[in-house]
Design a protein around this ligand. Structure first.
Ligand code: ACO
Length: 314
């Protein structure tokens, strides 16, 4: 499996920390020091438009036309649609005609989708798979809750996957925990509803998730390097889910690797859920930092609690 090309799209609207402190009991200093975030992008329209831009961007970069796609896999937690899937909506917008499937792997969704894409191209079933992540966590949080809303931003990013090169190594995991990060749908008006269920914005036990993320990410990275029979020093870049700069720093320091191997853009975008990893990958790729044969390790973690890590040669 090979990632032929990458693409991304972020909303135009930039919201800096200072703006949040105008209506929340927070400060630029607290957000920077505790998270590394300085600003985030918040989309003002419909997510599918952003998603289609990211998809087109990746297709253009790879010289692939939409009608050549065999499958669109989209990682999405929240959009204005409960149904149809985001991938189906985007398929129409970009003019593709292939099968479409959405997955919800929260912040680890890109690695989950990549693993499914890898299995499909490896089996020979599909030759061109678009892996798309489109996320709007800003529509899930309670904007009165300073412990969550300051963390998130919106984005979409994509990768075109083709059969070529070596099969990456994957390490996927889920440790069921419905209390550490969750959001509930409302009950609708079903007359048979007997529970006290009601719509609940995103709730997160920040410190619990923090500890889980640091532990699982460093373990997954070490596991993959052992499986590949390489030392950590042979990895060119570690791309971690951009949830908190302190999480990335804790993993980096535990692994004793230099900061230049851990690219980061959380400062500019905040936590964009599953879109964060492909957004960072696209940035590094477009900066020309990924030489053919470069060894990359991706690692992500999120609600579920899900984890996904991947070791690949570029
Ligand atoms: N501004 C000012 N003060 C704040 C803010 C804020 N925005 N948010 C919280 N505080 C306060 C708290 O109320 C608390 O005050 P207290 O000591 O008087 O009680 C104090 O700051 C410290 O709060 P903590 O929660 O202990 O802060 P912490 O250093 O743990 O940082 C954070 C919180 C950023 C959420 C961190 O725990 C974290 O990054 N967790 C991991 C999040 C993550 O990885 N999510 C990924 C998955 S997300 C997904 O899947 C959708």
């Amino acid at each position: 499996m090979k990632i032929l090309s990458t693409g991304s799209a972020v909303p135009e609207r930039i919201v800096v920390n200072q703006e949040l402190s105008e209506f929340l009991d927070t400060s630029d200093q607290w957000i920077r020091e505790r998270t590394g975030i300085e600003q985030r992008r918040i989309h003002e329209g419909n997510l599918e438009i952003l998603a289609a831009r990211a998809a087109q961007n990746a297709l253009e970069a790879g010289g692939v036309s939409a009608d050549q796609l065999d499958l669109i896999l989209c990682s999405n937690v929240h959009s204005r649609y409960l149904t149809p899937s985001m991938s189906s909506v985007v398929q129409g917008l970009i003019g593709a005609s292939c099968p479409c499937l959405d997955i919800n792997g929260a912040c680890a969704g890109f690695v989950y989708a990549l693993e499914i894409a890898a299995a499909h191209v490896h089996s020979g079933r599909y030759r061109r798979v678009l892996v798309l992540c489109a996320e709007e966590p800003t529509r899930m949080v309670d904007w009165h809750d300073r412990s969550t809303c300051v963390l998130f931003g919106d984005a979409a990013a994509a990768a075109v996957v083709i059969p070529d090169g070596e099969m990456p190594l994957f390490k996927m995991g889920t440790v069921s925990n419905g209390q550490a990060i969750y959001a509930y749908h409302g009950p609708g008006n079903c007359p048979y509803e007997k529970s006290d269920r009601r719509e609940t914005p995103l709730v997160m036990k920040g410190q619990e998730v923090y500890k889980f993320a640091v532990q699982s990410s460093q373990e997954d990275i070490q596991y993959l390097c052992r499986q590949a029979g390489i030392g950590l020093e042979q990895v060119d870049f570690f791309l971690l889910h951009q949830a908190n700069a302190r999480i990335v720093e804790a993993v980096r320091s535990h692994l004793r690797q230099p900061p230049e191997k851990f690219p980061s853009n959380i400062r500019l975008y905040g936590n964009t859920s599953s879109a964060g990893l492909p957004l960072l990958l696209d940035e590094v790729n477009r900066q020309g930092k990924l030489q053919p044969g470069a060894v990359l390790v991706l690692s992500a973690f999120g609600a579920g609690l899900t984890t996904g890590a991947c070791l690949m040669k570029w």
